[in-house]
Design a protein. Sequence first.
Length: 291
Amino acid sequence: MPPSRRCAVSWPRSCATARSLLPHERSALSARLTPVTWLRWLAPLGLGVLVLLAWEVAVRLTGIPVFVLPAPSRILMAGLESAPLLLSSAGYTLRLTLTAFLAAVAGGVLIAVLFTGSRLIEAALYPYAVVLQVTPVVAIAPLVLIWVGVDNASTAVVLLAWIVAFFPVLSNMTLGLRAVDPGLRALFRLYGGSRWQELWRLRLPAALPYLLSAMKVSAGLSLVGVVVAEFVAGSGTSPGLAWRIIEAGNRLQTPRMFAALLLLAAIGIGLFAVLAWLERRLLARWHDSAR
């Protein structure tokens, strides 16, 4: 009896379950169960533990001053002692980062759609987008602070972070909107699809992988832009983590500086992880890049 016939006769439930799983779902399930998956998680964790142990031992044996290089245990103690203050500052920095990131995504997508619809608009605006991208944010931060006003430091920080973060979204989204198969576009027009329908049902889905990839880059750049802008603002005008680092550095509180740096790294890793998860969820059923 053929295997498919035996399946239908002997194991209808199990076969129905197996058949209900799409190929990418079966591959994802098997990937989660392989030792390679565990190794991907355990290898970086194990390396991190070894580095921390070596760091702790080296500092204790060599007697390096705390204000030069504190041991991980001292950093942990400083972080716990300053937890309320640091967490409050981390929340402030995260809020500005998310605001700048969402504005960068919205602005990048909107301008990319305009570029796709009109070559004239692209020719007029794209050079200025490049100028904003290549100009160091540190150089224009004092001007932005003067124009916006020191009393509105948070607005200036968001604007500077937006300048840093929006170009990857604009560039990738423009590329994605134009990466549509010409045959599909011709077929769409053959069936009488309007330009709006072509944009909504064809171009935007085709550009989604490009957008999600750009969002992972833009999120990190938003955080970098916020931190750099907070450094430039300084003088206690921003209660974010960058100011806590400056404050701790001026007081030679190096363990607290490291604790704030670790919180910044945790924010960046968290943003990347969330966007990577979102990318897999949205693309796993139909795009090869997420399989």
